[in-house]
Design a protein around this ligand. Structure first.
Ligand code: NAD
Length: 466
């Protein structure tokens, strides 16, 4: 069977599956708050009952260390669930808004309502979290969902396909495993929202497919997240945090600090501190460390290896072909036009570039696309304010990296080429709801001013009321 025929066959099958979900949704099954809470509880149980199976799958896919499974996958999901449970009643409530004089007597409010069937397409780097974290607001908002895990993290994908129907209402949530053909066939279906996490190239494919039915999309993309260390920053603290953020999941994190811009006079001192931090965390032989993940597959491993000679190796530079590991590496004297400075690195390689001052760092960042995250290490409030005012990014974290993810009330998502739409906490609930505006008028008294025949006095009164 050629690929087109295979996609047609899959598409026919998915059409039936999505139709069943749609009917289940239309019958109102997913609307009650009790159903939503029960699903969130079941999702929490899916995680807590299966911690070791999840760790094993992530070890198979990425050799992900146990503590990184907790920090980057399971704890984040559980904290989002707890937060959604606690606030669900308030989020679902209608939100009263002011009604101006022309609308009186009357009242107005915003009523969140579920959208219908949401397609969630996950990425491979945090294959459990990136699939289930968007499911939390989807369920909290009362939707049905189709989950498409990334085939690149095959063990995690298989585990999700097994566990989700075991724990969740299988009439409301289904998992479709597969690669390009399956995703292409899924994207032919009519959904009420498509929530995609991954690279921009596929993001474009998703958005084009969504245009067919005018389906709204959330695109959680990536890009180069810059990290600036200014002349007043505490170097030891900055170095430790940057090194951790770059080495977490071996750099395969969408909000990892991609490259560092540091004051010229402090570059060598910062690199020395980064070296110390790496040694403290991963020992003298980081390739052997049990706390350091592998690169997902050979394609990414070869791509990253080719970056190792994009500059002078100040730290690391070693690799292990057999186990697909790249040692934490710091590069200096990198050509700003080289591929490593144009593409998202997505691995444990950190170019450190000199700057003369904060203004130059801001100019460099603004020449590129708007990043998913921007990082500034600075003790100066003026510099912090200036950076925040002048650099547009999905998120900004001052004096740390990545940790803003732990705050459920901070909306997470990109801007410009790093994505569109935000989730986590209430932002996610609102994103996967329709915020329906409702106005209710009293029948009496009827003010005649808007009705024809129009007149001078009606015009004057309307101007005064406006
Ligand atoms: P990926 O290869 O896992 O692809 C993502 C999804 O797209 C998968 O489910 C895959 O099946 C599907 N897909 C792949 N090719 C397709 C095609 N031709 N047509 C239709 N569907 C297709 O993930 P990736 O793109 O390698 O992910 C890495 C990127 O994701 C990085 O840029 C990273 O920054 C970004 N990312 C962003 C976030 C975020 O939350 N913003 C999180 C993680 C990763």
């Amino acid at each position: 069977m050629d690929s087109d025929t295979a996609i047609d066959t899959l598409s026919a099958r998915y059409q039936d599956e999505v139709e069943k979900l749609r009917q289940y949704f239309a019958a109102g099954n997913t609307r009650p708050r009790q159903w939503r809470l029960a699903q969130l509880d079941a999702l929490a149980r899916l995680i807590t009952d299966n911690e070791s199976a999840i760790s094993e799958a992530l070890a198979e896919d990425l050799d992900k260390p146990l503590q990184e499974v907790l920090m980057g996958e399971t704890a984040l999901i559980l904290s989002e669930i707890r937060h959604a449970r606690r606030h669900l009643r308030a989020w679902m409530r209608s939100r009263k808004v002011w009604t101006p004089a022309v609308g009186q007597p009357g009242s107005s409010w915003v009523q969140p309502e579920p959208l219908g069937v949401v397609l969630i397409i996950g990425a491979w780097n945090y294959p459990v979290q990136l699939l289930l974290a968007p499911l939390i607001p989807a369920l909290a908002a009362g939707n049905c969902a189709v989950l498409k895990p990334s085939e690149v993290a095959a063990a995690s994908s298989a585990l999700m396909a097994r566990l989700v129907p075991e724990y969740l209402d299988s009439k409301a949530v289904t998992v479709v495993e597969g690669a390009v053909d399956e995703t292409t066939a899924l994207l032919r279906q009519r959904f009420d929202h498509i929530f995609y996490t991954g690279g921009a190239a596929v993001g474009r494919i998703v958005m084009k497919a969504a245009a067919e039915y005018l389906t709204p999309v959330t695109l959680e993309l990536g890009g180069k997240s810059p990290c600036v260390v200014d002349d007043g920053a505490d170097l030891a603290s900055a170095a430790r945090r940057i090194a951790w953020g770059k080495c977490l999941n071996a750099g395969q994190t969408c909000i990892a600090p991609d490259y560092v811009l540091v004051d010229k006079g402090r570059r060598d001192a910062l690199i020395a501190e980064i070296g110390r931090a790496i040694e403290t965390m991963y020992g003298e032989q980081p390739l052997e460390s049990p706390d350091f993940a592998a690169i997902i597959n050979d394609r990414h491993y070869q791509r990253l290896k080719s970056y190792l000679d994009a500059g002078q190796v100040a730290i690391g530079g070693q690799s292990d072909d057999r186990r697909r590991r790249i040692a934490p590496t710091v590069l200096t004297d990198v050509d700003p036009n080289a591929e490593i400075m144009r593409e998202e690195i997505f691995g444990p390689i950190l170019p450190v570039l000199d700057i003369d001052n904060l203004g130059q760092a801001i100019d460099i960042i603004r020449q590129g696309e708007k990043p998913l995250a921007a990082y500034l290490f600075s003790g100066s409030r003026d510099n912090q304010r200036r950076f925040s005012d002048q650099v547009s990014s999905g998120s900004l974290c001052i004096n740390d990296v990545i940790m803003f993810m732990s705050v459920p009330d901070l909306p997470f998502g990109g801007v410009g080429q790093s994505g569109m739409g935000q989730y986590h906490g209430r932002a996610g609930f609102d994103r996967l709801s329709h915020l329906k505006s409702v106005m209710k008028r009293a029948r009496w008294p009827e003010v005649n001013v808007r009705f024809a025949p129009y007149s001078q006095w009606k015009m004057r009164l309307l101007k005064w009321l406006a």
